[in-house]
Each structure stands twice: as structure tokens, then as C-alpha cells.
Design a protein around this ligand. Structure first.
Ligand code: ADP
Ligand code: X2W
Length: 308
């Protein structure tokens, strides 16, 4: 007598996994061969489990035919090193005032320690990453940022706002993406420290969001992901704003809904989408696999910024 066939497994969990993969299919097809620039901030790096998730997401993107380009920060780590060396550090409008000694420390921490740590995480996740800074392949030439006007809170004795020279703080001026194209085409994942050389040959310290936005624009990236420590851009009642245009961002800045580090972050998004990047996403880097959830499922997450 023939044996009865085993019952068909009805595993809800397995089915859900298959459905997630099927859900990803249109996104995979649409973005094959395109570039995603991902900014990974210094705060998110403290947690090894999150760093591993992040590295796995990057390797997965590469494996499915998308070209990830990682730009990393490291503000807290620079701060700790400066403190250990007894060097005072001050921020003006979200930017670190950078004298020659501070620029040297920033380069040592960003290009030396953090860059190589991220490369190791990606290798461990099965990818091949190459760590560089804006200096390599003459990728980024920086210009010095203009002196900043500081509000009355830091005014002088007469109550006048102060103008502060930030020293060796730069912003990308000229970007030559050929080194990135070469790496990506060779199956490698570029990991970029936000350091570049200026026209005077000096080293410039660049805010990592600014660096990522300029690179995303120069590459005509399909996405700029900015991973941070909030669910996205929130309104005054702390509700998530899921879609914004540059005009919305200007209104949010004018009515005080956004403040602090969110202002330069969203300015970066505005610049990126107006200069060639398809869309930018402000995303919660504390959520495991946030980038994959945002990108490969219809639910989305974070705040999507488009030209409008
Ligand atoms: N409307 C807003 N929605 C979300 N975050 C905001 C808003 N306004 C100000 N922020 C602040 O912006 C911060 C994110 O910017 P920043 O600290 O520079 O991030 P990162 O260090 O990850 O680059 C949040 O932690 C939050 O305190
Ligand atoms: C000019 C300037 O402020 N540069 C930043 C570069 C690192 C950075 O931006 O790191 P996060 O993204 O982790 O904040 C700094 O010195 O802290």
C-alpha cells in the first residue's frame, strides 16, 4: 500500500517571508544598476548589533545590483578624541570650529579609525568595501565655508551677534566621481570619510550630511538615505511627516518646526534633490534594517523628500 503524502506545511512565518520578497520585486527591478548614497552617522556606530545590520543591508543592496556608496560621520568619536588630547571643541550652527590641530584629529579619527572599522563590518557581512576620503582620486575639492553669524545667545557684551570664522571647515566645491564609478563597476563598495583637500592644499573637515548630499547630487543617485536618531521629520505634535518638498522644508524652518541638526540635514536634502538626486530619505538608524524596510516594502518609513 502506498504511503500517504505528508501534509502540506502551512507555516505562516515562511509565507510572510516569501511575500516580503515578492513585494520587493518591483523595487529591485526599478533600481537595478542605480546608486544609493547612504550617510551613516557617528551616533549609530556605537551599537555593534546595529552596525552589523547596517553592513548587511549595504551588502544586500550590492548583491541585488544596486550600487551603494557609504558616507560616514563620527562627530561623537572626534569629540572623545579631542577631549582625551585636551583640545577644546565648539560647534557653531551645527559645524565644529576646526583649527589645524582639530583638522588633524578629525582626519585621524574619520579616515583612520572609523573608515576602516566600517570597511571591516562590511567585509564581515560578506561584501568588499574600499575606504577612502574625499582626498583619494582627487574626488572632492573643498572650499572654505563662509564665516557664520552667531545669534544673540552667544552675542558679545554689547548684545551684537558675533561672526565666527570656522577655520578648516569645508564644503564640497568640485566633485569628480570617476573614482566612485571605477570602484562600483569593479564590484567594490566605496566607504567615504568626510575629509577633503582645499585649493590651498590644506585638509578640510566637512559635515558628513553635507558631504553625502553633494556626492548624491554629483552621482545623480536614485536615493540619498540619511540615517539619524529620530523616526524622521516630525511636526509640532511629534507626528511623522512622511513626504516633503523643498518648499515644505522652507516653511518648517520658518515656523520653527525644525531646529538644531535637522536644519542643515534638510538643507542638504533640498540641495541634493534640486541638484540631481531623485529623492532623499531621513530615516531612523536605530531601527534594525531600517533602510531595507524603507526601500523594499510598500509600507516605507521615515520622511521622503522629493523635488515636488
Ligand atoms: N522637527 C524635527 N523632527 C525631527 N527631529 C528634529 C526636529 N527638529 C529638530 N530635530 C532634531 O534633529 C536631530 C537630528 O539631527 P542631528 O542631531 O544633527 O543628527 P545626526 O547626528 O544623526 O546627523 C534630532 O535628534 C532632533 O533632536
Ligand atoms: C565640520 C563638522 O562639523 N564636521 C563633522 C564631521 C563628522 C560628522 O559630521 O559626523 P556626524 O554625522 O556623526 O555628526 C565633525 O567634526 O564632527
Amino acid at each position: 500500500m502506498a504511503n500517504a503524502l505528508p501534509p502540506v506545511p502551512s507555516n505562516v512565518e515562511l509565507l510572510a517571508k516569501a511575500e516580503t520578497l515578492i513585494e520587493a520585486l518591483p523595487y529591485l527591478k526599478r533600481y537595478e544598476g542605480r546608486t544609493f548614497v547612504v550617510k551613516y552617522g557617528g551616533h549609530a556606530m556605537g551599537d555593534p548589533a546595529l552596525a552589523q545590520d547596517f553592513a548587511e543591508d549595504i551588502v544586500l543592496l550590492k548583491a541585488v545590483g544596486i550600487n551603494p556608496v557609504v558616507v560616514h560621520g563620527g562627530g561623537p568619536q572626534i569629540g572623545r578624541m579631542l577631549k582625551a588630547l585636551g583640545i577644546e571643541s565648539q560647534f557653531v550652527n551645527g559645524l565644529r570650529v576646526t583649527d589645524k590641530a582639530t583638522a588633524d584629529v578629525a582626519e585621524m579619527v574619520l579616515s583612520g579609525a572609523i573608515n576602516k572599522e566600517l570597511v571591516s563590518w562590511i567585509s564581515k557581512a560578506g561584501g568588499k568595501a574600499v575606504g577612502i576620503s574625499g582626498k583619494d582620486g582627487a574626488m572632492v575639492t573643498a572650499r572654505k565655508v563662509a564665516a557664520q553669524k552667531v545669534g544673540k545667545a552667544i552675542a558679545d557684551e554689547d548684545g551684537e551677534a558675533l561672526i565666527v570664522d570656522l577655520g578648516y571647515v569645508g564644503e564640497p566645491d568640485v566633485i569628480d566621481t570617476s573614482v566612485l564609478d571605477t570602484l562600483s563597476q569593479a564590484g567594490l563598495i566605496p566607504v567615504i570619510a568626510p575629509i577633503a583637500v582645499g585649493p590651498d592644499g590644506e585638509t578640510y573637515n566637512i559635515n558628513a550630511d553635507t558631504m553625502a548630499g553633494s556626492i548624491a547630487a554629483a552621482l545623480g543617485a536614485a536615493r540619498l538615505f540619511l540615517l539619524t536618531d529620530v523616526p524622521g521629520v516630525l511636526d509640532k505634535d511629534k507626528n511623522l511627516l512622511t513626504d516633503l518638498t523643498p518648499a515644505d522644508i522652507a516653511n518648517l524652518a520658518a515656523d520653527g518646526t525644525i531646529s538644531g541638526g535637522m536644519i542643515p540635514k534638510l538643507e542638504t536634502c533640498t540641495h541634493a534633490v534640486e541638484a540631481g538626486c531623485e529623492a532623499a530619505v531621513v530615516l531612523d538608524g536605530r531601527v534594525p534594517h531600517a533602510m531595507l524596510l524603507e526601500f523594499f516594502t510598500s509600507k516605507g518609513a521615515g520622511t521622503l523628500i522629493r523635488k515636488g
